[in-house]
Write a protein that binds this ligand. Structure first.
Ligand code: NAD
Length: 397
C-alpha cells in the first residue's frame, strides 16, 4: 500500500502524475453524461476497444457499455503504480471504468501491453474466445509514438512534422503560457514512412484479420478508427503533414477492412472527430492554440463537446441510428461537423491573427484548455479532496 498526496507535475506537454480518485471521478462524469442520453436502440453488444484507456477510445468504451449495455474488452498500454509513484492516468481510468461496469452487471476485462505485437493479439484472442460472445464492434483508437513491426522487429518512431517544406506558424507554449512563432522543418522520407508504419492502418488490419481468422467477428460486425482534418491553418502540421500521410494510409486500409467485413454484412470506416484535449493532441505543435480559440467560440455558441459527447453523438445519431452514417465525398464519416461549421471557423479565424501572449486569456479559452489538460490526469474534478492522501496502488479487475 502506498498512500500519498498527489499533485500535478507538468513537464512540457505531459503531466507525470495522475490522481486515482480524480481519474475515477472523470470516468464517472463521462458515464453520467452517457446515462443522461436516451439508450441506444440497436447499440453494440460485444465490443473490443484497442486504445481503450484514455481519450476517444475510453469514451467509445464508456458509450458502448453505459449507452448500450455492451460487454467490453479493452487493450491499452499503461503504467501501474511502482516505487511510490502514481500509475498513469489510463491505468486509473481503466480501474474505475471496470469497477463501474461490474457494478452495473456488465462484463468488462482488459489486457495491458503492446497492441502492435503479435503476442498481444494472440493473448487477447485467447481470452475473447473463452470470455466473450462474437464481437460486433471493434474500435481502433491507438495514438502511439512508436511501433515495433511484428514481422521484422524494426522499431518505427512517428513524427509530427510538415511535409515538403518548412512550416512557420503562430504557436502556444502551453507550459510557459507564451504565444510565439514556431518553425518546423519538414519530415524526411524515412520519417514519413515511419509515421505511416506507426499511425497508419496496417496494425488495424492485422487485428481484424487475426480476429476474423479466430472466428471472433459476428455477422454485421463494424469497425471504426478515428482521424482529424480540421481547418487549413493546421493542415501543414496535420492533414498534409507526416501524421496526415499516416491517416491517408488509415483511409486506404479502412477500404480493405470494409471489403473483408462486407463478407459478413459488416463494414469498416474512419470517423473524423473534432479537436479535443487529449494526451495525443497536446503533443502536436500549433494545435493547442487552435483548440484554445476553438473552445472559446464553440462554448459561446453552446456547441462545446469533449470526447464523450463526440462519441455518444457518433453512436447515437449515426452508427446506431438505422445506418445513418454521414459520409463525405471521401468516404469518411464526419462528426466534426460542428467544429467545421462556417460560422465557427469564421470566428476562430477572426480571433487567430489577433492572439498574443498579452491577450491570450481574453481572446481564447486557454483556461478551459488547461483545465481540460489537467482533467486528463484526474486533477480539478469537483468532490475530490486533493489535500488528502490517496492510495496509489489501484488494482484493475
Ligand atoms: P490518447 O492518447 O488519449 O489515447 C491513446 C490510446 O492508445 C491509449 O488508450 C493508450 O494506452 C493506447 N496506446 C498507445 N500505444 C499503445 C500500444 N503500443 N499498445 C496498446 N495501447 C496503446 O489519444 P486520442 O487523442 O484519443 O487518439 C485516439 C485516436 O483519435 C487517434 O487515431 C487520433 O488521431 C484520433 N483523433 C484525435 C483527436 C484529438 O483532438 N485528440 C481528434 C480527432 C481524431
Amino acid at each position: 500500500m502506498a498512500k500519498q498526496v498527489v499533485s500535478p507535475r507538468v513537464r512540457g506537454f505531459v503531466c507525470i502524475t495522475a490522481h486515482p480518485e480524480g481519474c475515477a471521478a472523470h470516468v464517472r462524469e463521462q458515464i453520467a453524461y452517457v446515462k443522461s442520453r436516451p439508450a441506444m436502440k440497436n447499440g453494440p453488444k460485444n465490443v473490443l476497444v484497442i486504445g481503450s484507456s484514455t481519450g476517444y477510445g475510453l469514451a467509445s468504451r464508456i458509450s458502448a457499455a453505459f449507452g448500450a449495455g455492451a460487454n467490453t474488452f479493452g487493450v491499452y498500454f499503461e503504467r501501474p503504480s511502482a516505487n511510490g509513484k502514481p500509475a498513469s492516468a489510463g491505468w486509473y481510468n481503466t480501474a474505475a471504468f471496470e469497477a463501474e461496469a461490474k457494478k452495473a452487471g456488465l462484463y468488462a476485462a482488459s489486457a495491458n501491453g503492446d497492441a502492435f505485437s503479435a503476442e498481444m493479439k494472440a493473448q487477447v484472442i485467447e481470452r475473447l474466445k473463452k470470455e466473450m460472445p462474437q464481437i460486433d464492434l471493434v474500435v481502433y483508437s491507438l495514438a502511439a509514438p512508436r511501433r515495433t513491426d511484428p514481422a521484422t522487429g524494426e522499431v518505427y518512431k512517428s513524427v509530427l512534422k510538415p511535409v515538403g517544406a518548412p512550416y512557420s506558424s503562430k504557436n502556444l507554449d502551453t507550459d510557459k503560457k507564451v504565444v510565439n512563432e514556431v518553425t518546423l522543418e519538414p519530415a524526411t522520407e524515412d520519417e514519413i514512412k515511419a509515421t505511416v508504419k506507426v499511425m497508419g492502418g496496417e496494425d488495424w488490419k492485422l487485428w481484424i484479420e487475426a480476429l476474423d481468422a479466430a472466428g471472433l467477428l459476428a455477422e454485421g460486425c463494424q469497425s471504426v478508427a478515428y482521424s482529424y482534418i480540421g481547418p487549413s491553418v493546421t493542415w501543414p502540421i496535420y492533414k498534409d503533414g507526416s501524421i496526415g500521410q499516416a491517416k491517408k494510409d488509415l483511409y486506404a486500409k479502412a477500404e480493405e477492412i470494409d471489403a473483408l467485413l462486407k463478407i459478413k454484412r459488416g463494414r469498416a470506416f474512419v470517423s473524423v472527430n473534432k479537436a479535443v484535449v487529449t494526451q495525443a493532441s497536446s503533443a502536436i505543435p500549433v494545435v493547442p492554440l487552435y483548440i484554445s480559440v476553438l473552445f472559446k467560440v464553440m462554448k459561446a455558441k453552446g456547441l462545446h463537446e469533449d470526447c464523450i459527447e463526440q462519441i455518444q453523438r457518433l453512436f447515437e445519431t449515426q452508427m446506431y441510428n438505422d445506418g445513418c452514417l454521414n459520409f463525405d465525398d471521401q468516404g469518411l464519416v464526419r462528426i466534426d461537423d460542428w467544429e467545421m461549421r462556417e460560422d465557427v471557423q469564421k470566428e476562430v479565424f477572426e480571433i487567430w491573427p489577433k492572439v498574443s501572449t498579452e491577450n491570450l486569456l481574453e481572446l481564447t479559452d486557454f483556461v478551459g484548455y488547461q483545465q481540460g489538460f489537467l482533467k486528463l490526469f484526474g486533477f480539478g474534478l469537483p468532490g475530490v479532496d486533493y489535500a488528502a492522501e490517496t492510495e496509489l496502488e489501484v488494482p484493475i479487475g
